[in-house]
Ligand binder design. Structure first.
Ligand code: AHR
Length: 515
């Protein structure tokens, strides 16, 4: 049995957890939109075509903000194709995923979806084949009350009130060669500045994010982020990052350690952003937005897995089936987010439905929860409040994480990986939430928590996600094969919690303070 100690204090806060940490992403990709959130004719669909079974699961997942419409798709998307009378909308090639885009779902339908789901919309503008003027037109179409050509168009299309979209992103993965308009950092920095200015002049209440590195593994990481911020610093609020974890090498300890690389990534970009501020003698702080994150590898490589031949509409691509160990890795990454709550203000799980997603559907059939659904839903439910500094004393292990998306195929050494990855949140109910990933594959771990300033603690709820078979998954025929179970062996008292974590497990504890 491994022993671990945790020390935390109610007053030693990292920062307030922004609810937007629990965001997700919907792209015109595979069955993400069509057959995912939108399926007219489905037995559960409402009069507008939204699947109510999916909406219920989105609600249970605790999603707060949804990024749309891409992803790679956005870099060739003409937003005008997706508005106006449906029968007049053109079918177009979706170049990114080699499918046919019917455009029966566009910006206005997305806004309707967000309202139904009770989430904030986040729109990404096309800075690939389009430019700043087109981006500003979309802001005007969405947010200007009326009386101008573009805002009147929205009203003619049936949405008389402005959509009031507050969160916007300046292109997608502009540092990457797979993007239609891959730019140099200088080119993109200048383009982003021009777009940001005119978008802000159109609506000065919006919040803007500039495209940062689309992975810690990009050869331009660091230089890219510094350069685009040198250009756009004064006109943006945040920098967007992407992070996907993999277990290509079937090395589970290294896979679970890889979430720590996300901590390093976030800290690297914070340093770069603060250096940009220092250069300007500015007290402004650029926030981070992890606009795409998840586990993605089985359907990522080779390229043929990612695209459908024949330009079909809404094919089943990137439908990754997630296992228990994927859910543990997702839990680890959620802990990374909570532990950077002071600077990470938004994060969008990629994606929401069917496409590398926690929610799966059968077209015409049922919807179900993947394994990864659970840590996300639990963190959104119990992780609201003040993230706390927590000092962890436990053993360490050495891992070597393989990432073939590096500039050269590479292994990242992780020589000092703590077996326990943990986050603590002083939750909104006045109690304490603990999120714990035991990365020891063999041994159970006894964790003694000294929770100063919390008074007498009592257990409200404790669950664990693990399985003798870490490759186990949920499927249409066995939708509840994997789900959290009650965690036994928890003892709480005055400023103390003691818990026993099974090997290779993700646990969530909710504790209340009692007289
Ligand atoms: O989420 C899938 C794809 O991953 C997105 O379209 C792109 O932005 C990223 O490379």
């Amino acid at each position: 049995m491994r022993q671990a100690k945790v020390l935390l204090d109610r007053n030693f806060t990292i920062g307030r957890v922004d609810p937007r940490l629990f965001g997700a992403f919907v792209e015109h990709l595979g069955r993400g939109v069509y057959g995912g959130i939108y399926e007219p004719g489905h037995p559960t669909a409402d009069e507008k075509g939204f699947r109510r079974d999916v909406l219920d699961l989105v609600n249970e997942l605790g999603v707060t903000i949804v990024r749309y419409p891409g992803g790679n798709f956005v870099s060739t998307y003409d937003w005008e194709d997706g508005v106006g009378p449906v029968e007049k909308r053109p079918k177009r090639l979706n170049y990114a995923w080699r499918t046919t885009e019917p455009n029966t779902f566009g910006t206005n339908e997305f806004i309707d979806f967000c309202r139904l789901a009770g989430v904030q919309p986040m729109l990404v503008v096309n800075l690939g084949t389009r430019g700043p003027g087109d981006a500003a037109n979309l802001v005007e179409y969405c947010n200007h009350p009326g009386g101008t050509r573009t805002s009147e168009l929205r009203r003619e299309h049936g949405w008389s009130e402005p959509h009031g979209v507050k969160f916007w992103r300046l292109g997608n993965e502009m540092d990457s060669d797979w993007q239609t308009a891959a730019n140099s950092a200088e080119e993109y920095g200048r383009l982003a500045l021009r777009a940001a200015k005119i978008m802000r002049w159109t609506d000065d209440t919006i919040e803007l994010g500039v495209s940062g590195s689309s992975g810690l593994n990009r050869s331009t990481y660091g230089y890219w982020d510094a350069t685009v911020l040198d250009h756009a610093f004064d006109y943006v609020d945040s920098i967007s990052l992407h992070a996907y974890l993999n277990n290509w090498k079937d090395d589970t300890p290294a896979f679970l350690a890889s979430a720590d690389l996300v901590d390093a990534f976030l800290e690297g970009v914070i340093a770069v952003a603060d250096a940009a501020a220092a250069k300007r003698r500015s007290s402004k702080r650029i926030m981070l937005s992890l606009d795409e994150w998840s586990v993605w590898y089985r359907t990522r490589r080779p390229f043929e897995y990612r695209v459908a031949r024949g330009w079909s509409a809404a094919p089943s691509i990137l439908e990754e089936v997630y296992s228990v160990e994927d859910a543990l890795a997702v839990g680890g990454l959620l802990i990374s987010l909570l532990n950077h709550a002071d600077r990470v203000r938004c994060a969008c799980l990629a994606q929401l439905v069917n496409v590398i997603a926690p929610i799966m559907t059968e077209t015409g059939g049922p919807a179900w929860r993947q394994t990864t659904f659970y840590p996300i839903a639990q963190t959104s439910r119990f992780g609201r409040g003040d993230a706390l500094h927590a000092k962890v004393d436990c053993g360490i292990y050495a891992a070597s994480y393989y990432d073939p998306y590096s500039a050269e195929d590479a292994f990242y050494p992780l020589p000092h990986t703590p077996y326990l990855k943990l986050s603590a949140v002083a939750n909104e109910a006045g109690g304490l939430s603990l999120f714990a990933l035991n990365r020891d594959m063999e041994q159970e771990m006894t964790v003694s928590v000294n929770a100063r300033g919390f008074g007498r603690l009592a257990l409200a709820e404790a669950t664990v996600l693990t399985d003798g078979d870490l490759k186990a998954a949920n499927t249409k025929t066995a939708p509840f094969r994997v789900k959290p179970a009650r965690l036994s062996g928890v003892a709480a008292g005055p400023e103390t919690v003691r818990m026993e974590l099974p090997p290779a497990s993700w646990s969530v504890l909710s504790l209340k303070t009692v007289p």
